[in-house]
Write a protein that binds this ligand. Structure first.
Ligand SMILES: *Cc1c(COP(=O)(O)O)cnc(C)c1O
Length: 472
């Protein structure tokens, strides 16, 4: 099957393609199983793609978390692991990499991002506090709630509209935040929780102008501004591409400037930082650091390893350096955009503009005949796996969970199925296969009947919930 190669980044000069800025040194064979076996695997997994065995998956777009391919330099770094319990030289390399590229003074390793979220939430949030943020993220919000806080979404309205082409749909609505501060009082808001890019809104970026305005507002009110830096290097690309004055600035410079307007950050290094496991927490304030350093020993490990081995800290330090390379980010986001543009050309409804780490299929428009209580996005993930063995993830009503006060489903406006692209793992040919499968599922959309949830875990239910098909 052939199709026209769409306009991609770098093709403005006629037919000049871009290609991945790496070549393959080692291969991991993929297994392809029959449709019949996929149907069995899907049933055994309760129609939840999180419960599939990866051996039964052909192209795995479940997540970009911990799924990156490490470079030869990172693997070489693994051999330089200093597995001393205290003061490993790899910790100091990591500390230097975070200070150089993110600019914070104090750095603590954690076993992954949620370890850092736990520490910062327990340290800064008191029962009855309120935490505003630019749309929730599952683990972030849960740690804030477990610490006694209430989360408030203050993202701009466009973020909830999958058809809005606004360039910075991750921005905080500053007026809304200001009103919230007036209502609640600054003394009950320990920090504003800012994420770049915003995963649940479709990987949408935050602008430099917005973080500057937030710095001004929070400083005036004596509130901290903390960053979820998990995909902040990717966010920097969109600033370079879309914000006046940044076209000639490097990703590294943009990242550094953005972080300079914030008081600290937590990081899931499994994303931007190109490692398979790890995280870190960084702050500027000495007193907050003192508290965190006390707490990290209880939950993660000594402050110079925080749940990571020396070799993993080394790979992370090198991964940070590689993650801010302009060529890397351009190809990474270019690949995501390539997939998105194919789908747009074929009339498949997706969230626009295409974000940094994933293409989000708009399950509401994909399956207009399914009510949200029939889990349209979950249904789409199941159908896609059945069609081709491509694994995706639900980001809709199942992920949103229940309202802690009423116990009812939270019904988010966005009902999405995420095709998340691992960094440096798949080629453009894999993207073609994925796009063609999505198209096939779209062509057969009228036959989908939806799902019912038959097992529901108490926390973060989307991970382990089980479903059964509704009959037509
Ligand atoms: C993945 C992620 C986290 C949690 O990090 P883990 O490493 O999975 O524990 C927090 N915030 C965002 C935006 C993430 O994508």
């Amino acid at each position: 099957m052939t199709h026209e190669i769409p306009q991609t980044m770098g093709q403005q000069l006629g037919r000049r393609s871009w290609a991945e800025p790496w070549k393959v040194k080692m291969v991991e064979p993929l297994r392809m199983i029959s449709r019949e076996d996929r149907a069995t695997a899907l049933r055994d997994a309760g129609y939840n793609t999180f419960l599939l065995r990866s051996d039964d998956v052909y192209i795995d777009l479940l997540t970009d978390s911990g799924t990156s391919a490490m470079s030869d330099r990172q693997w070489a770094g693994m051999m330089l692991g200093d597995e001393a319990y205290a003061g490993s030289r790899n910790f100091y390399h990591l500390e230097e990499a975070v200070r150089t590229h993110y600019g914070y003074r104090h750095v603590l390793p954690t076993h992954q991002g949620r370890g850092a979220e736990h520490l910062i939430s327990q340290t800064l949030i008191k029962a009855g506090d309120h935490i505003p943020g630019n749309m929730y993220f599952t683990t972030t919000r849960l740690h804030q709630e477990l610490a006694g806080g209430t989360f408030h979404d203050v993202i701009v309205a466009e973020a909830h509209d999958p058809e809005s082409l606004a360039p910075f749909k991750g921005d905080v609505d500053v007026a809304k935040l200001e009103a919230l501060i007036g209502q609640i009082g600054a003394d009950r808001i320990p920090y504003v929780s800012l994420a770049g890019t915003v995963n649940m809104a479709g990987g949408q970026p935050v602008s430099m102008a917005n973080v500057r305005a937030l710095r001004e507002l929070t400083a005036r009110n004596g509130i901290r501004l903390l960053l979820d830096a998990t995909r902040m290097a990717e966010n920097a690309f969109f600033i370079q591409e879309r914000e006046p004055g940044y076209a000639d600035r490097s990703i590294a410079e943009i990242l550094f400037e953005f972080c300079s307007y914030t008081d600290g950050a937590w990081m899931s290094a499994k994303k931007d930082n190109l490692v398979n496991i790890g995280g870190w927490l960084a702050v500027n304030d000495d007193a907050v650091y003192e508290e965190l350093r006390n707490l990290v020993v209880v939950y993660e490990g000594l402050h110079t390893y925080g749940g990571m081995s020396g070799r993993d800290m080394e790979a992370l330090a090198i991964g940070i350096e590689e993650s801010v390379s302009d060529d890397h980010i351009r190809a990474r986001i270019g690949q995501v955009r390539y997939l998105g543009e194919l789908l747009v050309d074929w009339g498949v409804p997706i969230v626009l503009p295409v974000g940094g780490h994933a293409v989000f299929l708009d399950a509401r428009r994909f399956y207009p005949h399914l009510p949200q209580d029939a889990f349209p996005a979950q249904t789409l993930a199941a159908e896609l796996y059945l069609d081709s063995g491509v694994r995706s993830m639900e980001r809709g009503i199942a992920s949103a969970g229940r309202d802690p006060a009423t116990g009812d489903h939270i019904r988010p406006r966005l009902e999405l199925t995420r095709l998340t692209i691992p960094r440096r793992v798949y080629t453009q040919a894999h993207m073609d296969v994925v796009a063609e499968s999505v198209k096939a599922v779209h062509d057969a959309r009228e036959r989908a009947t939806g799902l019912a949830m038959v097992y529901e875990p108490r926390y973060l239910r989307f991970f382990q919930a089980r479903f059964e098909p509704l009959s037509a």
